[in-house]
Design a protein around this ligand. Structure first.
Ligand code: SF4
Length: 334
């Protein structure tokens, strides 16, 4: 498969804070993160809040500068792109945000908000062409009757409808890659599947790749079929590989804990899963991560080495994993 995006050894450090005041201490929001997305592939990035997945999404779209590392899009280093290449990159790599209300201007109609990016990126020449194109896209994403939706303001739509509008806005400029940051987490549970199906349709019909950012393994599993999953913990990638392979035999203790936390319909199975394989349910402060393996204060398998040395990502069992004791960790069934 052709590589569309290559993220190489990305670091992102921020200045730390002591109360209200900035300190000179550097806080690693992302440390040495690498990732590849193939053309037409869906990859899920999963982890708790503060693990760095949203920061990574913003770095990929160019909204945030990394402290170190490189990003290649279609084999071109995005830091060295010409103005024309950069404009094309900006058009082809789109982000869909979690908070659909904040992502739309409340004082503009949906049509006004959506026509501007199309005209700016020269996808259409004028308002009339924009309207024609949007009519087709609104039909495709299920925002009908089209005329009524175009005239509405963001507050007149439901969360699910606003998310459809954001997906339409991304789709309208001809994207090759969409970074969808928790796109269904603020939407009513009953509407989530329809939105995930819409993203799958965009992937299948238009070959659009997705980086699907979430804390919810169930939705990641639903949308990523034949793609990859990357598990992040406190700014680091801890396990990355093909979804089927990784979930068939999850190796990192943090991923095992995430899988155990998914509620099952069967009450007995659910009760067993609730016995989380964790020493602590408290997430350490990302501004002051633990020494050695960042997961060691919570890991039931931790040994001395885990407190002293940070594990590298190494290849094992058809995926990459960062754990000193991967060979010894028992198979986890959930
Ligand atoms: Fe647990 Fe040690 Fe592996 Fe970290 S390196 S996940 S602490 S066993």
């Amino acid at each position: 498969m052709d590589t569309l995006l290559k993220v190489k050894n990305i670091d992102k450090y921020y200045k730390g804070k002591d109360g209200l005041f900035q300190t000179n201490k550097q806080v690693g929001a992302l440390v040495d993160v690498s990732l590849e997305v193939n053309k037409g592939e869906i990859i899920a990035l999963i982890g708790e809040s503060g693990c760095g997945k949203t920061t990574l999404g913003k770095i990929v779209t160019g909204l945030v500068e990394p402290t170190a590392g490189e990003i290649f899009y279609n084999s071109k280093d995005i830091a060295k792109m010409t103005k024309t290449e950069r404009n094309q990159f900006r058009r082809e790599v789109q982000m869909v945000h979690q908070d659909s209300y904040a992502a739309l201007n409340p004082s503009r109609t949906i049509f006004d908000s959506l026509k501007d990016p199309m005209i700016r990126h020269k996808v259409v020449k004028n308002k009339i062409e924009a309207r024609k194109k949007l009519e087709e896209l609104f039909e495709l994403v299920g925002l009908t009757p089209v005329d009524q939706f175009m005239k509405k303001y963001p507050h007149q739509l439901s969360g699910g409808q606003r998310q459809r509008v954001l997906l339409t806005r991304a789709l309208s400029v001809g994207p090759k890659l969409i970074i969808a940051d928790e796109p269904v987490s603020m939407v009513d549970v009953s509407l989530r599947i329809a939105l995930l199906d819409l993203m799958s349709k965009m992937n299948k019909e238009f070959g659009i790749s997705f980086i699907y950012i979430t804390h919810d393994l169930a939705t990641a599993r639903y949308i990523v079929k034949g793609g990859k999953i990357g598990v992040m913990y406190l700014g680091k990638m801890v396990e990355l590989g093909e979804l089927e392979k990784v979930l068939e035999n999850p190796r990192h203790p943090y991923l095992q804990a995430l899988l155990s936390a998914i509620p099952a319909v069967d009450i007995e199975i659910s009760r067993k899963r609730r016995e989380l394989p964790l020493k602590s349910v408290e997430m350490p402060n990302p501004a002051n991560p633990p020494q050695g393996c960042r997961f060691n204060p919570r890991c039931i398998y931790a040994e001395d080495i885990c407190e002293k040395k940070e594990p590298e990502l190494v290849e094992s069992r058809g995926r990459v994993i960062a754990c000193h004791l991967e060979e010894k960790i028992p198979k986890w069934t959930y």
